[in-house]
Design a protein around this ligand. Structure first.
Ligand code: 5RP
Length: 234
């Protein structure tokens, strides 16, 4: 295990979530650095024989690559009639377990998979907990490329400050797994996440935004106190 506290928290919380997966189940595999540990530990449990007959539904190309790396068989939504459990990260979590997601530009597929799961388990480190959504993290909105300008205008009319997400080590904008672009929006205050989620998704050209309201069942929080890692459940 790494000594870096942030990595230790992610590993611990990923392991705790992976421990909740049961044999003979369909598992939604989230995206991001925290969920990556959960995927790794699910793979470890399969390898050791502790877990049998799992099928994963990836929420992104990243999740698909990791699942293959760790030996988790994959399936698709067409082939199954239920998802038993989904494990996914978040960028912010409020006291009502509402989330901002989309730091990895995967929130559209994540919302499909996480919403379908009988149990959606969120894995975060303690730095993700906020009193009000939008406090630290901009709100991601996935948009059809041809609609970027009118969608940005509309978001400005709603009081948001939109910026097109740009690639790192890649010239130009981030392109999602679906071939779209992402606008990150600063809202002064998100007082009614449920209403804002619907309002944004009603703008023509918007595929999905990163507000996950009433979707999470369990939030596992990784912490390091006095040098000791621990996981608590919200
Ligand atoms: C990807 C996501 C991630 O789950 C979120 O950004 C958290 O990632 P990390 O665990 O790396 O902090 O929503 O779209």
């Amino acid at each position: 295990m790494s000594e870096d506290p942030s990595t230790v928290m992610k590993q611990q919380v990923g392991k705790a979530a992976a421990a909740r997966v049961q044999s003979n189940s369909v598992v939604g595999l989230g995206t991001g650095s925290t969920t990556a540990y959960a995927i790794q530990y699910i793979g470890d449990r399969l390898q050791s024989g502790d877990l049998k007959n799992i099928r994963g539904i990836p929420t992104s190309f990243q999740a698909e690559v990791l699942a293959k790396k760790y030996g988790i068989p994959l399936t698709t939504l067409d082939a199954i009639d239920r998802i038993d459990i989904a494990i996914d990260g978040a960028d912010e979590v409020d006291p009502n377990l509402n989330l901002i997601k989309g730091g990895g530009a995967a929130h559209t597929r994540e919302k499909v998979v996480d919403s379908l799961a009988d149990q959606f388990v969120v894995v975060v480190d303690s730095g993700k907990l906020v009193d009000r959504l939008g406090s630290n993290f901009l709100l991601p909105v996935e948009v059809l490329p041809m609609a970027i300008v009118p969608v940005m205008r509309k978001i400005e009319q709603l009081g948001g400050k939109p910026e097109l997400r740009m690639g790192v080590k890649k010239a130009g904008p981030v392109i999602t797994d679906q071939g779209n672009m992402v606008i990150d929006v600063k809202f002064e205050s998100i007082s009614d996440p449920a209403n804002l989620e619907k309002t944004l998704n009603n703008i023509p050209g918007v595929l999905e935004n990163g507000l996950f309201v009433g979707v999470a069942d369990v939030v596992l929080v990784g912490e390091v106190k006095d040098g000791q890692p621990s996981v608590r459940q919200l």
